[in-house]
Design a binder for this molecule. Sequence first.
Ligand SMILES: [Mn+2]
Length: 415
Amino acid sequence: MTSYEAAKEKYAKIGVNTDEAIEKLKNIPVSLHCWQGDDVTGFDHEGPLTGGIQTTGNYPGKARTPEELMQDIEEVIKVTPGKKKLNLHACYAIFEPGEFADRDKIEPKHFAKWVAFAKKHNMGIDFNPTYFSHDKVKNGLTLSSPDEETRRFWVEHGKACIRISEYFAKETGIPCVMNIWTGDGFKDIPADRMSPRMLYKKSIEEILEQPFDKNLVKVTVESKVFGIGVESYTTGSAEFTLSFAAGHDGVLPLMDNGHYHPTEVVSDKIPALLCFFPEIALHITRPVRWDSDHVVLFDDETKEMAKEIVRNDALNRVFMALDYFDASINRIGAWAVGFRSWQKALLNALLLPNEKLKALQNEAKMSELMVWQEELKTMPFGDVWEEYCKREGVVSGPEWFDEVKKYEKEVLSKR
Ligand SMILES: [Mn+2]
C-alpha cells in the first residue's frame, strides 16, 4: 500500500474522498500576479514605484523585459500545481520600438503579446488599471483629485482598461476580473474627508459608463486602510468601497488581507460578504504588521480563508488572486511558495469533514468540535498533497526548489 492509499483510507473513515478533493482542486482557477517578477515596475515608464506601496530588497535577477517576465512566469508554472489565470497591471503594456501610449490611451493591441502568452498556457487574464507610478498622480491623488484635468485623465484610464478587459475575456473565453485600486490619500490630517470620496464615487461611476458586458468583465473595487506616505487618510476606505459595490449593479467588493487594521481578519469577512454579494474577489497576501505584501504561507489565516470559501460552497463565487511582492529573495521562489501555499490551503479545506463539523457547532457540542478540529490537524495531509503534485506533474517536496536554483544559475544570474 502506498502512503497515499493509506491516507485515502484514513480520510474515507471521516467521510472525506481524497480523489474527489484532488479532482476539484485541479480545476479551481487562481490568479497569478505578474508583478512579483519585477517589483511592480512594468514597462510603460521610468522611475520609482509610488502610490503608497513599496517593494523592499534588491535580490539580483529581476525581469527587465516582457520576454524575461514571461520566461519567469513559465518557470513558476513548472513548479506549481493547479489551474492559473494571469493577472496583469496596465503598466505592463507592451509597446513596439518607438511606440508609446499614455495610460488614458492604451488599447487592446498593447496587450496582444500577453493574450498570446495566456492562450499558450490555457489561462484567462485578470486586469488592473495602474493608478500609481505616473506623473499624473497629482499631490497623491488620481480619481479623487480636485484637479479636473487630473481626474479626467484617470477616468479615461479606467475606461480604456474596461475595453482591454473585455478584449481579454473575448480572446480567452474566460471572464476578466478588473480591479480598481488607487493609493489616493493624505499623509496628514485632512480638512475635508468627504469631498475626495464624492469625487472618487463620481469617477468610478464615470468609468462604468463605458459600455461593457458584465458577464465578461467583473469590475471590483479594492479598499485600503493606509499606505506609505498616506498614513492619515485613504479615500477608498473599507466602508467606501463596500458601499460602492453594494450600490452598483455588477460591481464586486475586493478584499486584500493587508488592507485592514492588524487585528481584523479577512477569513471572517468572506462569509459576511457572501450573505449579500453573489460574487466577491480576494487579494491573497500576508500582512506583517502593516500591508507589507509578504509571500503567502500555509499559515492559520490562509487556511481559515480557504475554509470559508470551500465550506460555504463558494468556490465559484470567489475570485482568488495572489497579490504580494518580495524583492529580498529569489523572486521565482517567492512566487511559487505563495502559489503552492494557497493550493495547500484549498486542499486542506477540501479535506475537512465540513458537514460533520458544522453539525457539531449547530448541536452546541463545542468541546467535541474543538477535539475534532485539533485532531484533524494531524491527518496525513502531506500524503494527499504529494499525490496532488504528482498528478499535476510537479515536485511535492522541497526539491522543487532545485529547479529554481538551476534557473537562477543559468538564467537569472546572467541578467
Ligand atoms: Mn491588493
